[in-house]
Design a protein around this ligand. Structure first.
Ligand code: HEM
Length: 203
């Protein structure tokens, strides 16, 4: 990916926006004033350490992720790529994924939401492990493919917050559309990158 490309700029813009919101609200701010459903605020108050850790770790993944796909940076500074990669995977994905998994059982929207967020967390951790194993075995094409899948799942934090206003526009009650959003935020992302990975290249 090139830094001047529109898709890179859009990815960074949206990632920084959502990471900023997460840190501002849950790390620097007061959970009690979070702009979410009152039932979610009650859960976050009860699991304050969990939501703060989750927001901080996942925000780090969102901030670091896009830069790992810059071909020139990777080629020019391979050690930086490795260091940021470990920070992304260990502090971001592993800590964010494990806390996300624990939060999934308390998520708003019942069993459908618990399963949607739970499977997202498991796949986030799984694709991260696969990416590390491929890099260690020096299978760099596979490593790249697993990291694309992994970041598509990280990006669920952005797509979730893009779908929420759409849900409100439809006039449906939050209780009705939030469980669907727990799946919609990541399944299309994964299908899209799978298409990108599998499509024949013209070069
Ligand atoms: C990709 C794996 C992820 C999983 C499985 C996951 C899981 C969850 C769950 C279950 C909740 C509670 C939702 C509820 O109570 O209904 C939550 C909330 C939250 N997550 Fe994640 N999450 C993930 C990624 C991220 C990322 C990358 C960020 C980036 C900053 C993030 C930021 C937040 C924030 C800020 C909240 C609080 C709710 C809000 O203010 O909208 N999460 N997450």
């Amino acid at each position: 990916m090139k830094p001047q490309s529109g898709s890179f700029a859009a990815t960074v813009f949206l990632s920084v926006g959502v990471a900023g919101y997460a840190v501002w609200t849950y790390v620097g701010g007061d959970v009690q004033r979070a702009p979410v459903h009152p039932a979610m605020v009650a859960v976050f108050k009860e699991h304050r350490v969990l939501i703060t850790t989750h927001a901080a770790a996942a925000a780090l993944a969102l901030l670091l992720g896009p830069f790992q796909f810059l071909d020139r940076l990777r080629a020019a500074r391979p050690r930086l790529h490795r260091t940021l990669g470990y920070l992304y995977l260990v502090l971001g994905v592993t800590v964010g994924g494990l806390t996300g998994l624990l939060l999934a059982r308390h998520s708003f929207g019942g069993l459908v939401a618990h399963l949607g967020f739970g499977l997202l967390a498991v796949l986030w951790l799984f694709t991260g492990v696969m990416a590390v194993l491929a890099a260690k075995a020096r299978r760099f094409a596979d490593h790249r493919t697993w990291m694309i899948r992994n970041f598509a799942l990280t990006f669920a934090a952005v797509t979730l917050r893009l779908y929420l206003p759409l849900g409100f526009v439809t006039g449906l009650r939050f209780e009705a559309f939030y469980p669907a959003v727990a799946w919609l935020c990541w399944v299309p992302n994964l299908l899209f990158v799978e298409w990108v990975i599998l499509r024949p290249r013209s070069t």
